[in-house]
Design a protein around this ligand. Sequence first.
Ligand code: DAH
Length: 344
Amino acid sequence: MKDKLQALKSEALQAIQQAEQLSQLQDIKVTYLGKKGPITEILRGMGKLSKEERPVIGQMANDVREAIQAALDEKHATLEQARIEEQLAEQAIDVTLPGRPVNQGSQHPLFTVIEEVEDLFIGLGFSVAEGPEVETDYYNFEALNLPKNHPARDMQDSFYLTEEILLRTHTSPVQARTMEAYNGQGPVKVICPGKVYRRDTDDATHSHQFTQIEGLYVDKNVRLSDLKGVLTVFVKQLFGEDRDVRLRQHYFPFTEPSVEMDISCFKCGGSGCPVCKHSGWIEILGAGMVHPNVLRMSGFDPEVYTGFAFGMGPERIAMLKYGVDDIRHYYTNDQRFLKQFKRV
Ligand code: DAH
């Protein structure tokens, strides 16, 4: 029995010594010290031994078990340490390596223009309002004095989702939504930037999706001269102090009278050049006095309130301002284009 224990001990210790992995130690532990292992078996069979032998063998079996356990613990510590060192060596960071360049994005030129316009109007006491891009026929057309079958609906080819729901063709529906929210009480002073959609074929100056900024000022005694005054401040800020503006008669269903606004050409100063097509003037937005029907439908009394509204396209403004020759540059995300607008 003693010899057997002695043999087990040296066999186990040798196995432990040769173990190269933590998982092997676990196997050795199960083999020698486990419930079905030889030492447990010996201890279980103690009853068959003589009285004299029992304490001697018992003591010896315990000693062997402790010796194996101690050897396992020691080897475990050694292998664990080696594993940590190996991992550290593998994951070492070479702090002397040069860094990878970080590709830094910049603001899209359209949003730079939108922000500039927003800042300017906020400075004039306007606030910013938003509305849904998926809009009802009512807000996109009817509330803007464009009843069903009105011929002027053809001015804006639309993407209809159902008979009553469409992708908004302009930001003007936000006018109606905002006025409704004011419950007939002025003043209303908002600008509404956002995306709009039209069934246009994309080319250098058309896109099926583009952005607009709408403006609306409704109060008692708002006049066409207020419209001209506010938009002149805006134009001078955006295109330079020397710009002149002129209003040209036009037609929009939601305004009466309606105008288009031109600025004197910033390239040639008005003498005529390719940018202004030799006219000296560049058209930049549509505007007018809010039609009484529009005021009424959104809860304002046209006998008490008047207002002006305007709508402009940031794409066109940025094209003019930065000399961009194709509207599609805004949407194709070519970095060679976008990088030119990086703010320093
Ligand atoms: N909604 C017009 C368009 O998309 C632009 C416009 C013109 C808006 C005159 C207005 C306005 O508010 O008064 O073509």
